[in-house]
Design a protein around this ligand. Structure first.
Ligand SMILES: Nc1nc2c(ncn2[C@@H]2O[C@H](COP(=O)(O)OP(=O)(O)OP(=O)(O)O)[C@@H](O)[C@H]2O)c(=O)[nH]1
Length: 368
């Protein structure tokens, strides 16, 4: 049995964590958390951390003991410099909360890259965990819609770089912009995206702690995640009626299944393909031919099969990337955003000249 830590930082991280708890408690009901046992086979500890109390109150499936409020007005308003100093002031308190929960085999920290709290807490939190413990820690990072504004774009660029430099064992990317194809209004898109991420993480946990027909384990996951440029994404697909396993694997690797825009066959570095379902669907020949196709272009592919009586086949692919064109695009828009913010700041400085002009009449009265 694995001991797993999942931390959700900031509003986005909190909500994805809540979606994980919703799935794990098997719950549609808001009250599920009060009486149900988690469905996890592993021992999973979840902690939602936020500076904004209202974001924590909004959670429906995360127990009160798993919500950690770091008082700072109503969030840090997308200001990462402020966020970092709030983390520093509360670091020992946060680490104590984690440490009181025992030892872990693996940890996940979930955040948006672009807000204030999550994006500034996550890099130093991972650094702190890595310096004091020896379990692998993976970041699950949500990238912003590109039209959300310059502050969010510049935050995303700096946050990702800092997470990479934090000692993290790998970054799993999910991109709101790419996933917005799902449609609907923002709130329902968020819920759908959060459920998609939650489902993939729970499938992964299930697979890492399963007795499979063909085994993949935490060691294989670590090897996959250490490949490529330290970046990864996850694909998933549940077979539709009559769909064979070959097509289901292809769909998991296509834009239909991935959390981040990538051409798997061009940008992939290592992969882990896990197939779950009733034995009758699992044609070993079809599975092998698809896995071989993938390994001929990405290099090593670990394969795991979990036989579950009566279950519709589902495929999960963890894929590390050696290149990421979409991330390069994001950085080039972010650089423009950083320049825009800098110019704006200079303009504001110039406006201080206006203040100087006004101040010339301080203390004077009009004479008529
Ligand atoms: N997928 C997804 N993205 C979200 C959700 N909520 C917010 N975001 C995205 O997260 C980014 C904003 O970050 P938040 O997590 O809200 O900010 P925070 O970390 O709480 O920081 P502050 O509010 O600035 O203190 C934006 O890019 C949003 O699009 C959510 O529930 N799901």
């Amino acid at each position: 049995m694995l001991n797993i830590l999942i931390v959700g930082n900031g509003q986005c991280g909190n909500r994805i964590l809540d979606a994980i708890n919703k799935e794990a408690f098997g719950g549609k009901s808001k009250f599920a958390k009060f009486y149900s046992q988690q469905k996890y086979k592993s021992k999973v500890e979840t902690i939602a951390i936020n500076t904004a109390i209202n974001d924590l109150k909004e959670l429906s499936f995360t127990k009160a003991k798993d919500r950690m409020h770091i008082p700072h007005l109503h969030g840090v308003g997308a200001n990462r410099t402020l966020g970092k100093s709030v983390f520093e002031e509360n670091k020992s308190h946060i680490m104590r909360n984690i440490e009181e929960r025992g030892n872990f085999d693996v940890g996940f920290v979930i955040t948006s890259a672009s807000g204030g709290t999550g994006s500034s807490f996550t890099p130093p939190l991972i650094k702190e965990i890595k310096e004091n413990h020896d379990f692998p820690v993976y970041a699950v990072v949500v990238l912003p819609f590109r039209e959300e504004g310059t502050l969010y774009l510049q935050n995303a660029a700096f946050c990702l770089k800092e997470i990479r430099d934090s000692g993290v064992d790998g970054i799993i990317l999910a991109d709101n912009q790419f996933l917005k194809q799902i449609g609907g209004n923002v709130q329902s898109a968020y819920n759908t995206i959060n459920d998609m991420i939650a489902r993939r993480i729970l499938f992964l946990l299930d697979a890492l702690d399963s007795e499979m027909m063909m085994v993949t384990d935490l060691g294989d996951f670590k090897t996959v995640m250490s490949g490529g440029a330290g970046l990864a994404t996850i694909g998933f697909y549940e077979a539709e009626k009559g769909m064979n396993i070959k097509t289901t694997i292809q769909k998991a690797l296509s834009p239909n299944g991935l959390l981040f825009s990538t051409d798997v066959y061009k940008e992939g570095s290592r992969a882990m393909v896990i197939i779950k379902g009733d034995k009758s669907y699992l044609s070993i020949d079809e599975i092998s031919s698809e896995v071989e196709k993938l390994s001929s272009s990405v290099g090593h592919v670990f394969k795991g099969i979990i036989v579950r009586k009566g279950e519709t086949p589902q495929v999960l692919v963890v894929l590390t990337l050696e290149a990421a064109e979409e991330l390069e695009n994001l950085y080039s828009v972010a650089v423009d955003a950083i320049h825009q913010e800098r110019e704006k700041k200079t303009r504001v400085e110039e406006q201080k000249e206006i203040d100087k002009a006004f101040s010339q009449i301080d203390g004077l009265e009009p004479n008529y």
